[in-house]
Design a protein around this ligand. Structure first.
Ligand code: B12
Length: 212
């Protein structure tokens, strides 16, 4: 039987097969998918983040960790997204232009789906025009912008500015997030809200759409 600590360790060391089998074993053991994500996968990725910052880990290793985390997410995702609930609203989410980070954004998308929202996940490196086209196509209630780099944060503002220019601002709520983002920054660029993590993002979207 696997433990959350072992799962976290496999994420840290980027052990693909072990991460998948530990995830499956925890599921078989009746552990909640959300606990598997929080106490195993995110806990491991947090350590990866700290080690990367301290230059104890380098990009290829971090990438391996990210890939193992994504592989485990693929296993866990159907279990928490499959709640057969009516949609609480539609959310369009993407990582802004120039930014390739998607683990946190995908986690937010997953949590939102599990909370009953319909989620359109645009992916990474999405420029303002692409967000605009997707708003036209999907008519979401909320647009979620993710950025992990200080150099890509300005594209959040550019995206919001374009939505305003095109006269769509009153049709959508806009929420922002990512490690360098703060409530102050969200206020500054005219977003409707900021959330520091996936659970808070779900609460925020519920609040903005008055979902109980
Ligand atoms: C994994 C990782 C990578 C992977 C990304 C793989 C992938 N598929 O995502 C790779 C190796 C590719 C990578 C590349 C780079 N990275 Co990087 N990376 C990270 C790392 C270690 C972890 C990020 C992560 O996944 N965290 C785990 C998730 C779960 O957390 P999260 O993303 O913060 O998301 C949560 C919240 O922020 C929030 N949230 C996120 N999005 C949204 C959206 C909305 C709408 C809401 C409401 C909430 C929300 O909810 C999420 C879930 O709880 C961070 C360090 C860190 N601690 O953040 C550096 C980090 C972000 N990277 C950094 C850098 C510098 C780079 C590179 C420039 C490195 C290089 N020299 O090439 C490149 C840039 C590539 C690019 N153009 O984007 C720096 C950024 C510094 C800065 N101030 O800008 C960091 C902070 C590391 C550091 N300390 O130096 N990186």
């Amino acid at each position: 039987m696997a433990s959350f600590q072992e799962l976290a360790q496999y994420v840290i060391t980027g052990q693909f097969d072990q991460v998948k089998s530990a995830t499956k074993s925890l599921i078989e053991d009746g552990k909640s998918p959300v606990d598997i994500i929080n106490q195993g996968l995110i806990a491991g990725m947090n350590v990866v983040g700290a080690r990367f910052k301290a230059c104890d880990m380098f990009v290829p290793e971090v990438l391996m960790s990210a890939k193992t985390m994504s592989a485990a997410m693929e296993i866990v995702k159907p279990l928490i997204a499959d709640a057969d609930m009516p949609s609480s609203g539609k959310i369009l989410i993407g990582t802004v232009k120039g930014d390739l980070h998607d683990i946190g954004k995908n986690l937010v998308a997953m949590m939102l789906e599990s909370a009953g929202f319909t989620v359109v996940n645009l992916g990474i490196d999405i420029d303002p025009e692409q967000f605009l086209d997707a708003i036209d196509e999907h008519e979401p209630d909320i647009v979620g912008l993710s950025a992990l780099l200080t150099t890509t944060m300005p594209f959040m503002k550019e995206t919001i500015d374009l939505i305003v220019e095109e006269g769509l601002r009153d049709k959508v709520k806009i929420v922002v997030g990512g490690a360098p983002i703060s409530q102050e920054f969200a206020d500054l660029i005219g977003a409707d809200g900021f959330a520091p993590d996936a659970a808070a993002a779900t609460d925020l979207c519920r609040e903005l759409l008055s979902v109980k």
